[in-house]
Design a binder for this molecule. Structure first.
Ligand code: NAD
Length: 478
């Protein structure tokens, strides 16, 4: 059975107290590994290593850091098949997705920030004849990077790459449910020439465990978290003692608005992806579908027909579209949402149950819920599974108000062939990322993050560097 250890100061080590926990493959329910369970002492060691390494790493040039980041990308690319298999065994997602999205994008995250940091400038303001102001960019220190289980290496490298590019050192706390690729990333970084102590990994749980010990640690200067909104609130409290800078990418309940003039075939195909990709376990999935009334019946019939054709099954099988949910606990949670919606009078048009042909593992059929009120829990709360609601709407103003009627504000998608309407609606939706006639199309230079309870701050391109580096202004009197 695979043993997954912490990585501290350039070496794999067990927990100080020897504790471990199981790593389970959600596609089978089998235990596939033992993971070191970090406690306060392990976090202390990792932070001390990162703090010591910062003295030299923080003084390297962007070009030196860029070269190492590009080598990390090269190694990840040369090991796509192996890392994709690890990701699928940990998450239950289709291997085809790990191979085409998760691992290639993880490599690209390093490549992108390696390039971006070399061209990064700062601002200069001249007070004519009086003074010259220019800003200098400097790394911050030790970054605590806390990641979720849904896109493990992709989302982790979205933090690690800009942190390292900016000259920070880091302590990573990967999601406890998906420890493998983070563990391997540590050795990949070392092989690429990253000095010992610059990147450390401590496994373990969140509250009163490795996660919170990291957020409370006085020598950690900044925390980047991707996770649930409730976790963001807990981390904010814990980090307040040290006034740490925070970047939060949190939950969403994203509206997907389909106007009657939309290109229907495109809207259906893309909405199938935005609803059920990665078992609906993507923060950007559009789980509230609003369809303009003249198109409603047609859309619902076509969408349900297309969703019923999705193959739920073994993630290793090339034909599989929808794999297993992350854990038995999460499957129960998602089933609970569906059964409560039915109890409140909503109609389960498709799915809502485990597929008969999968005896083991944590699978759920793609689920479509209709005849549901806006006040229903399933329309308000993030489910994070292969479950969508579809509701009709009658006017632009009405759908904007309903789309915005939530504590979340991560992303929104809208479908229309009317250019003017697209711009006007996009401007009024309360979401950090808005897609028009597409979904999940990402340019890594653009600001990424959520409004309201979906997050704090923006990452991507220069926005990542605003978080992972300090700017100081130098004012020179002329
Ligand atoms: P989670 O909040 O349960 O866990 C995320 C990470 O935080 C894990 O590593 C966990 O151990 C750690 N953690 C939990 N409690 C903590 C605490 N008190 N102190 C410190 N660390 C703590 O989230 P999850 O279930 O792993 O991921 C799913 C959630 O993440 C969903 O809500 C989803 O929307 C969100 N998400 C958001 C984005 C985004 O970009 N906005 C991307 C992916 C996932």
């Amino acid at each position: 059975m695979e043993q997954l250890l912490h990585f501290i100061n350039g070496a794999y080590v067990p927990s100080v107290d020897g504790r471990t926990f199981h790593n389970v493959n959600p596609a089978t329910g089998e235990v596939i590994g033992q993971v070191a369970e970090g406690g306060r002492e392990d976090i202390n060691k990792a932070v001390a290593a990162a703090k010591a390494a910062f003295k030299t790493w923080g003084k390297t040039t962007p070009a030196e850091r860029s070269a190492i980041l590009n080598r990390i990308a090269d190694i990840i690319e040369s090991r796509v098949d192996e890392l994709a298999l690890d990701e699928t065994r940990d998450t239950g997602k289709p291997l085809s997705l790990s191979k085409s999205l998760d691992i290639p994008r993880a490599a690209y995250n390093f490549r992108f920030f390696a390039d971006f940091v070399k061209g990064l400038g700062t601002e200069c303001y001249e007070m004519e004849g009086v003074a010259l102001n220019y800003a200098l960019r400097r790394p911050v220190g030790v970054a605590g990077l806390i990641s979720p289980w849904n896109l493990p290496l992709l989302l982790l490298t979205w933090k690690v790459a800009p942190a390292l590019a900016a000259g920070d050192t880091c302590v990573i706390k990967p999601a406890e449910l998906t420890p493998t690729t983070a563990t391997k990333l540590a050795a990949i970084c070392k092989e690429a020439g990253l000095p010992d102590g610059v990147l450390n990994v401590v496994h373990g749980f969140g509250p009163d465990a490795a996660g919170s010990f990291l957020t409370e640690h006085p020598d950690v200067s900044l925390i980047s978290l991707t996770g649930e909104t409730t976790t963001g609130k807990a981390v904010m409290k814990a980090a307040s003692g040290g006034l740490k800078r925070l970047s939060f990418e949190l939950g969403g309940k994203n509206p997907n608005i389909i106007f009657a003039d939309a290109d229907l075939d495109d809207a259906i195909e893309t909405t199938i992806r935005s609803s059920f990709s990665n078992q609906g376990e993507v923060c950007l999935c559009g789980s509230r579908i609003y369809v303009e009334r003249p198109l409603y019946d047609t859309f619902v019939a076509k969408f349900a027909d297309r969703a019923s054709q999705l193959v739920v099954g073994d993630p290793m099988d090339a034909a599989t579209n929808v794999g297993a949910l992350i854990s038995e606990e999460h499957l129960h949670r998602v089933e609970g949402f569906v059964s409560r919606a039915a109890a409140q009078g909503a109609r389960i048009l498709l799915g809502g149950k485990r597929p008969d042909h999968m005896a083991k593992g944590y699978y759920l059929e793609p689920t479509i819920i209709v005849d549901v009120d806006d006040s229903c829990e399933i329309v308000q709360q993030e489910v994070f599974g292969p479950v969508v609601t579809i509701q009709p709407f009658d006017s632009v103003d009405e759908v904007i108000a309903r789309a915005n009627d939530t504590h979340y504000g991560l992303s929104a998608t809208l479908w229309t062939t009317n250019l003017k309407k697209a711009h006007l609606v996009a401007g009024q939706l309360e979401a950090g990322i808005i897609w028009v006639n597409t979904w999940f199309l990402r340019d890594l230079r653009t600001p990424f993050g959520g409004m309201k309870e979906s997050g704090i701050g923006r990452e991507g391109g220069v926005h990542s560097f605003e978080f992972y580096s300090e700017l100081k202004n130098v004012c020179v009197k002329l």
